[in-house]
Design a protein around this ligand. Structure first.
Ligand SMILES: NC(=O)c1ccc[n+]([C@@H]2O[C@H](COP(=O)([O-])OP(=O)(O)OC[C@H]3O[C@@H](n4cnc5c(N)ncnc54)[C@H](O)[C@@H]3O)[C@@H](O)[C@H]2O)c1
Length: 458
């Protein structure tokens, strides 16, 4: 974040001097120093958060309070559900004021930074209005669910001069960062194509069909809600912009395809025969956030995966052409026995493969493996230790956001252009399915796809 009065380095040396020690553990020294001294050493960034649901209270709430308290302070929380707002405040562990009125929160608390963790279809409003009311933004992905909303954000950034950081935590997983480095090492020559296939399992994958994500008008469909993570990885790895998308998709497993259905699991007569039965009350955190507060908004977090109103696809495939000539074969399946992905990068001098199984793995190895093959040569196995929270990526992302002057050697920090292009591939895929034709990225918004990057074809 840019708004600390002194640099982290200066602060750490000051706190080290106060403690009279060499800084072996900068973090604990930081907290120790904080107790001894005061806020004047490090002006904490004033942060507000809108959307006190699962993500807002966890990744961007409690953990921020616990791990980055030396750098940021919560000045306001907002949610339209007053019950979830109060539970959210307790889960985060802050005594800051809470609001159901977003404008009131912004005007009264004047945050320097606004964290947006609401439903996907509302991000555009909170990002652009938050900027207008003076805040820089940290937004969860997807940045927005259609091209008009993306344009609203682009225009607001230009008008206000404020920034929006889109939190693509997938970029920070160590094994994906390693792939980025290998691509740039030249080991597989010039990148020509990518085969990328993602599998959501019958637990996590099914969960999208229980929640608001099942409605295209709320999530933009899995093309945007989920696949924008994958498209952002592709954009970052390939380091060129997407040019056109041709796609297919269908809903063949969840929704209207189920053998029976109810409104939600707790009220369903089919609990004994349904493999998707989910007892939300067994998880105290989820019970407190959702069932305890249904009376305010009627939202079921344990909705039936077979409801007739499900209108997103559960199998999807796309061919994506990049400005630098790289072509991508992508697919997403939402009812797989295991969660994970297969990826292959094909180059003029070799190939790089990975098969990552995030649930139900075939071995209990605690590393992710990348295999690099040379044409006419040997193969090389590279093993990367796994960390907690998206392979350790969540913590690295938050360090970079909250700890001033953290370097970005792998270009992992993502802004509005990155957030937009990741969503635009999914939006173009939806349009391609509707029209049966390839859809150009150019013309959806004012963003002109470019090939300014390293894999230039001459
Ligand atoms: N990067 C990741 O790995 C990751 C993981 C999970 C969720 N997310 C993203 O985080 C965001 C939140 O997801 P979640 O799982 O916490 O959802 P959630 O349903 O648990 O929480 C969303 C919250 O926003 C509130 N809200 C909705 N509209 C609002 C409005 N107009 N005004 C005020 N509050 C409003 C809801 O009441 C709810 O409390 C989504 O955009 C999702 O895509 C990202």
């Amino acid at each position: 974040m840019k708004n600390s009065n002194i640099s982290r380095r200066e602060f750490l040396s000051m706190s080290g001097a106060l403690a009279g020690t060499v800084l072996i553990d900068p973090v604990s020294s930081l907290y120790a120093a904080e107790k001894i001294s005061a806020d004047h050493l490090l002006k904490k960034t004033r942060v507000a958060l809108v959307g006190t649901g699962h993500r807002g209270t966890g990744m961007w709430g409690k953990s921020v309070m616990e791990e980055y308290a030396g750098y940021v302070q919560f000045v306001g929380l907002c949610d339209k559900n007053p019950g979830r707002l109060e539970v959210g405040r307790q889960l985060i562990g802050t005594d800051c004021p809470v609001y159901t009125d977003f404008e009131k929160m912004m005007l009264e608390t004047k945050p320097e930074v606004l964290i947006v963790t609401t439903d996907d279809n509302t991000h555009d409003y909170f990002i652009s209005r938050g900027m207008e009311l003076g805040a820089d933004i940290i937004s969860e992905k997807p940045m927005a669910t259609d091209e008009r909303k993306i344009q609203t954000i682009i225009d607001a950034e230009k008008r206000t001069g404020k920034t929006c950081r889109v939190t693509f935590n997938y970029r920070y997983s160590p094994h994906r960062a390693k792939m980025w480095e290998i691509l740039r090492s030249g080991e597989i020559g010039e990148l020509t194509s990518v085969d990328f296939h993602w599998y959501l399992d019958t637990s996590h994958g099914a969960d999208y069909f229980r929640r608001w994500h099942r409605l295209v008008e709320k999530s933009g469909s899995l093309w945007v809600h989920k696949a924008s993570h994958h498209f952002d990885l592709l954009n970052w790895w390939i380091e060129s912009d997407p040019e056109s998308v041709y796609a297919l998709g269908d809903l063949e497993f969840y929704g209207k395809n189920g053998p029976f259905r109810g409104e939600n699991c707790r009220k369903c007569p089919h609990t004994t025969e349904c493999k998707f039965f989910f007892d939300i009350n067994k998880n105290e955190r989820l019970r407190r956030l959702y069932p305890d507060n249904e009376k305010y908004d009627g939202y079921y977090r344990d909705g039936c995966v077979f409801r007739n109103d499900v209108n997103i696809y559960d199998k999807m495939a796309a061919t994506i052409k990049y400005k630098n000539g790289v072509q991508v074969s992508y697919s997403l399946t939402a009812y797989s026995p295991y969660e994970g992905y297969r990826i292959a990068f094909n180059g003029t001098e070799g190939r790089m493969d990975a098969w990552i199984q995030e649930s139900n793995p075939t071995s209990d190895a605690n590393y992710d493996e990348i295999v690099v093959y040379k044409n006419f040569g040997k193969r090389k196995y590279i093993q990367i230790p796994q960390g907690a929270g998206h392979g350790g990526g969540d913590k690295l992302l938050k360090d970079q956001i909250f700890i001033p002057e953290t370097a970005d050697p792998l270009k992992q920090a993502a802004g509005i252009r990155d957030g937009a292009l990741a969503c635009l591939i999914g939006i173009a895929a939806r349009k391609s399915i509707a029209s049966g034709k390839p859809v150009s990225i150019d013309g959806l918004t004012t963003i002109q796809p470019e090939n300014q990057k390293i894999y230039k074809r001459v």
